[in-house]
Design a protein. Sequence first.
Length: 607
Amino acid sequence: MTVNQRIEALREVMQREHLAAFILPSTDPHQGEYVPDHWKGREWISGFNGSAGTAVVTMTSAALWTDSRYFIAAEEQLRGTEFQLMKLKMPGTPTIPEWIGKECGAGAEVGLDGMVNSANAVKDLIADLRQQGGITLRTNLDPLSQIWKDRPAIPENPVEIYPMEYAGESCHEKIARIRKALREKHADGMLMSALDDIAWTLNLRGTDVHCNPVFVSYLLISTKDVTLYINKVKLTPQVEAYLAAEGIAVAPYEDVAKGLKDYFEYNILLDPDEVNYTLYKQVTREIVEAESPVKRMKTVKNPTEIAGFKSAMLKDGIAMVKFLHWLDKWKGDQRDRSHDSLGTSDQGPVPLISELSVSDKLESLRAEQPLYRDISFDTIAGYQAHGAIVHYEATPETDIPLKPEGFLLLDSGAQYLDGTTDITRTIALGPLTEVQKRVYTLVLKGHIQIELCKFPSGASGTQLDVLAREALWREGLNYLHGTGHGVGTYLNVHEGPHQFRMEWKPAPLVAGMTITDEPGIYLEGKFGVRIENTLLITPYKETQFGQFLQFESLTLCPIDTTPIVKELLLDEEIAWLNQYHKRVFATLSPHLDDEEKEWLKQACKAI
């Protein structure tokens, strides 16, 4: 079926159900950012495959809302369909309720699947639709179950135990901490819905979600009992024995609603941003609405996890240097040979490298490293204009060859058993314009200012975000994505709630957290620049004004110095860059061969 045929099939269901519109989000029953194929309904109905977006279909129109990371990609993917692109946070873009009100009129009934929308999202939507002329919302329908004929099954992949040598804290110790946090909130128990929270709590991992080592399940905790709701086919005898030893009962995944109805304690904590609306409505006890305490627990890494991160970053740095050396040799071949339009010369064929082959090469080098398990997200290898597409992912249809000129933006990461990595480097492949050099240097300034920052414990990432943007703002430049996000311990590459972002995010920054530093600028149709390290928050000093913190770069990889306009950098920024490169060389060089070591020495030369 084409996208437009799928829309028509949905409209047939809507007509039978007397619905004026139907809303399809990007999420699953666990409110994950990345979801199993079974729940990719928004992608199926619209053809847009970005990680964030909401599709709405009425009887006569269709629209899709997404953020700035996907504006360019969404325009391309929605072309030829009924879907109109709605650019979030841009002037003139209506909200979903406003658009539905205009398209459907007062008194209409709108549908969505309450299992894949959070309780808060649905409650807010009910209120907002009511203001559009009394539009009502129905939440008990999943039309995709009727029209998506080849819908993938819910994954049944096996679960594995995450060893203590990497976790650093046992399952029963974590549950004891969770119960203590619940008592402090005067809650007798909680339903845990976020898959990475469940994996972290139980010291288990899975492969149900692409690039994210999690498994589909729920976890219900009370004062005395803990029950894991999961398809039992996923549990090996070893995992079953482990769960029994930890005092974890097991029940079928689909029985979670029954478990909530039978829950016997006085009250239960539900995070309304995590728990879906359908399950929220199943609860018969008093609900304590609060953020899951597990979110913040898992963001603060214990000493074992920190050591694992440093080990993973060492391996990742080795792979990155091997890759950059390989790419530099290709650049040298391109410069040294005179070749015709067919890519040949009197010295034989000149190797052609494309965005996809770059991605494949880097993945193969990472796979050679000990404890490598997978990539942590689909590699973004964007050459020149493709680098301006924030979350670009090359396909056989879009793949283009690299040339010895301009920029390659390379955003990538890996899952190692001892840690998760996320790194971006923008690489000069040859001659650059003055604009490219200036933009690159301004982005680098913002990156370094975050790295240099000292701040009081408990400050919010929003308060620090301006440091990454100040030099860009002076030039009238800006980027609309966040400057940084938390990173999991062999878990999801995006971990919160803390982050660097322009929008107010009050989550405090405390010692032991990991967070990325990734400012960027994207000039549509021309090029993009982003520079990213993963950082660890560490103590700085304690004064009469309290505890102050700082950042330590975990990422070990040279930053390209060839595009830098040195006059734009402050002395402290130059000093930071030279010291960083000194540490990169000292740490990585013992693990490289002589040729790679010499390349790294040149890449890390002081500017």
